[in-house]
Design a protein around this ligand. Structure first.
Ligand code: P6P
Length: 328
């Protein structure tokens, strides 16, 4: 389809040929993100910067915009007849919608919210699953493996507000046109280069990493004089959506590995509404995504808010890191 096609036109045309595509819900999510974008752009002007004075189920301080974004998604999608229930990083339990619905929506309403107060890119991450039985949804219905997702994507609120999604038929990018308030198609079938010279990790945690990650990063830092025989660049935006968007645009590898600060935690990021949707996108764009040793999309989910270690991006680089974890 041509540049300038709106997201609504694009997804509706696909759904006309494939009824499994949850087009109506995806359009509702995109409309909710337009409203979130307006709130994010306003920031201090709307008095919505800073902490809400409450904590979420993760034990993290909620920002006012976290709660506002969560409420916008609940309101915008709750009316969807196809939607049975929603789950969010900001809510301990599931949010029932329509008992007759056959879809489940998960989201991190505003990922990277520590960046809100300093005007750095943040984003909304979403994932859509199928409810596989009649009647009201339960939390158990959400506990599906990432490879079973019907759709996944994000909206990044940065210099541009861009929507990136997949339904398993490639990754496609749209940018919000503020004149028409429509997401317009800018790129179809995004592909990530299998090799890269750019890695993203929070280097301040270096002393806490496990050996395979330490080895990989040390080799990157050794540059052209080292075993990799090339120099690397480093980025860390502390906003997964922005880091993943950069990787989809120009390749790279993103790591948030297990570390020994809290050995009981497999990682910081959440499987169901951060790692799984991002892994679906990355794999659809020709990349790879593992928890160190295993493919993330193949992991079983035991808890709604379970955490996971994440290494994703350019395929050859991720496979090298995986090799170090496997000791092969
Ligand atoms: P750190 C944001 O809080 C987030 O969940 C991801 O978006 C981001 O990649 C990571 O945490 C940043 O974590 O420890 O570097 O602040």
């Amino acid at each position: 389809m041509s540049q300038g096609t709106t997201f609504t036109q694009y997804i509706s045309a696909l759904a006309a040929k494939d009824s499994s595509i949850p087009s109506s819900l995806l359009i509702s999510v995109s409309n909710a993100c337009k409203l979130i974008a307006k709130q994010v752009e306003q920031g201090a002007l709307a008095g919505i910067i800073g902490s809400a004075g409450s904590g979420n189920v993760q034990g993290e301080t909620q920002q006012k915009l976290d709660i506002i974004s969560n409420d916008i998604l609940l309101q915008a999608c709750g009316k969807e007849a196809s939607l049975a229930a929603m789950a969010s990083e900001e809510m301990e339990t599931i949010y029932p919608a329509n008992a007759q619905g056959n879809l489940l929506l998960l989201f991190d309403p505003l990922d990277g919210s520590s960046n809100i107060d300093v005007n750095v890119s943040i984003g909304t991450i979403f994932s859509i699953l199928k409810k596989n039985h009649a009647g009201p949804a339960t939390e158990q219905d959400f506990l599906q493996s990432g490879k079973d997702q019907l759709a996944a994507g994000y909206v990044v609120y940065g210099p541009q507000t861009s929507l990136v999604y997949t339904t398993g038929q490639g990754v496609h990018m749209f940018t919000l046109d503020h004149e028409t308030n429509e997401f317009l198609l800018i790129k179809e079938n995004v592909q990530i280069s299998p090799d890269t010279k750019e890695f993203a990790i929070n280097m301040s945690n270096m002393r806490h990493w496990d050996q395979p990650v330490r080895r990989y990063v040390d080799e990157c830092l050794a540059g052209v004089e080292g075993s990799r025989k090339k120099d690397f660049n480093m980025r860390w935006i502390a906003s997964m959506v922005a880091d993943v968007h950069r990787i989809l645009c120009r390749g790279g590898v993103f790591m948030y590995p297990w570390d020994k600060r809290d050995p009981s935690k497999p990682g910081k990021l959440r499987l169901m509404y951060e790692a799984n949707p991002m892994s679906f996108l990355i794999e659809q764009a020709g990349g790879a995504s593992v928890n160190g040793k295993e493919r993330i999309l193949g992991l079983p989910s035991e808890k709604l808010h379970q955490r996971v270690s994440v290494v994703l991006g350019s395929k050859n680089e991720v496979e090298l890191i995986q090799k170090y974890h496997l000791g092969t």
